[in-house]
Design a protein around this ligand. Structure first.
Ligand code: UDX
Length: 434
């Protein structure tokens, strides 16, 4: 990248799904970046220039930045912040048992860096945190003379690099608009509009975005369910809706339910927050409940097609991650549906391109992981396609039929062509499709 004269010293704390793309993209923009990662396994990989997460384009940018010296990897956050003008907090905020966001990691990092922060440093909160967290971090770090700015991320897993290089907007919340401008300036090369607001509103924008997206998907999936009941076709219905620019085609694809590391956690946290202040957010509660019911409908569809019972039935599963393009199974509808099949007594063979055979991960207990998509079909009464990996649509379905006990497919992602599949003798059901 050529010099713009606005290069800054930036430290990013946390090398996960948000921190790593953020760090490599800021380095790509020419900033002098230090990435602090405390997990020893991840740290080793990063030092070797390997990405610990499956994320398109990250490893290339990581390699470039390490070679050019625009990125340095560090173990200790306290050491990594010493010279930083900007410190990005990109640590996890998992869902607490009551649905609220668990701020343990955010608070621990604030404590860790408070004595080594350079005076005047700007702490940029990118972790998804409840409204009011900027003030909390500021309380911990204020003795160091640091200010806290909220800069929520909107990147999607699988396209995190592209989303960071070409964001649709940059939101920065700060008490002092001058601080917000400085943070916005770090992303000047993107040309994206910068929305400057106060920290509370910036934090609320993040939750509002994810809650809106989740609600839209619940609406879509509920319509798909209705299509099945009234005999309408969801593909045509969505085409009819999407051409209306006010609705649009984005986030209009029915599926097995929405999941991942953000939408479920953020909707629960917003609902929890609303309840705390006595606000009954019935719409959001309904969207969350619809998602739960929808996943169960997929399980029941598989049960019906497997002869009315799952007990003892051999079921094959294609896909376990929460969507294609990532190895993330956090709150994955595919994994959750598979688990429910197992709980109902099914013998499940599952294939996912990111899940190695023999993995001992606890979320996959009771599921037999096989090394190819065809292996999952062997002796299966029903195949359930749960994640939209491209390879599933281009399988040899004559071979699939020959391997299965009965040629039945539940396509919970609507990625197969019903006419072609049925012409090969399959019983095919999608989501809301005729
Ligand atoms: C989401 C937001 O999109 C992003 O802005 C925020 O920063 C983090 O949370 P991500 O978790 O990567 O990103 O997933 P996303 O691509 O939004 O998908 C969420 C879920 O909705 C997945 O389970 C996905 O399969 C599902 N989905 C998405 C659909 O079922 N249909 C669609 O049309 C789109």
């Amino acid at each position: 990248m050529s010099s713009t004269g606005n290069e800054a010293k930036v430290t990013v704390i946390g090398g996960g799904h948000v921190g790593l793309p953020t760090a490599v993209v800021l380095a790509h923009f020419g900033h002098e970046v230090v990435l602090a990662e405390s997990d020893p396994v991840r740290l080793k990989m990063l030092l070797r220039g390997e990405s610990p997460i499956v994320e398109a384009g990250v490893e290339e940018l990581l390699g470039d930045a390490l070679r050019l010296g625009t990125l340095r990897i560090a173990h200790s956050a306290a050491e990594a912040v010493r010279n930083a003008e900007f410190v990005f907090l990109c640590v996890p905020t998992p869902q607490g048992i009551d649905g609220s966001a668990d701020l343990t990691f955010v608070e621990a990092v604030a404590e860790e860096i408070k004595t080594t922060l350079r005076p005047g440093a700007i702490i940029v909160n990118k972790s998804t945190v409840p409204v009011g967290t900027a003030a909390l971090v500021e309380r911990v770090t204020q003795r160091a003379g640091a200010t806290v700015v909220s800069n929520p991320e909107f990147l999607r897993e699988g396209s995190a690099v592209a989303d960071s290089l070409h964001p649709e907007r940059i939101v920065v919340g700060a008490d002092d608009p001058a601080d917000a401008q400085k943070v916005g300036q770090l992303f000047a090369m993107t040309g994206a509009p910068v929305i400057v607001t106060d920290t509370t509103t910036a934090e609320a924008i993040k939750y509002a975005s994810n809650a809106y997206l989740a609600t839209k998907l619940s609406f879509v999936n509920a319509l798909a369910d209705l299509c099945e009941t009234v005999g309408a076709n969801v593909d045509d219905l969505m085409a009819g809706l999407g051409h209306d620019k006010r609705i649009g085609f984005e986030f209009l694809h029915p599926g097995p339910g929405w999941g991942g590391s953000c939408l479920p956690k953020d909707t629960s946290a917003l609902l929890h927050r609303a309840e705390l202040v006595g606000h009954d957010f019935a719409l959001l509660r309904g969207a969350i409940a619809q998602n739960e019911d929808h996943m169960e409908r997929v399980v029941q569809k598989v049960a019906r097609l497997s002869g009315g019972t799952l007990d003892g039935a051999s079921i094959g599963v294609w896909g376990l991650t929460f969507k294609a393009g990532t190895d993330d199974r956090r709150a994955s509808p595919a994994t959750e549906i598979t688990r429910r099949l197992v709980q109902a007594g099914a013998r499940v063979s599952a294939y996912d391109p990111t899940v190695p055979r023999g993995t001992g991960d606890s979320d996959l207990a009771g599921i037999t992981i096989v090394p190819t998509a065809y292996e999952a079909c062997r002796g299966a009464r029903v195949m359930a396609l749960l994640t939209e990996w491209g390879e599933f649509a281009s399988l040899d379905f004559t071979k699939v039929a020959a391997l299965m006990a009965t040629p039945i497919v539940v396509d919970a992602r609507n990625v197969l062509d019903p006419t072609t599949i049925r012409s090969l003798g399959f019983i095919y059901e999608g989501i809301g499709r005729k």
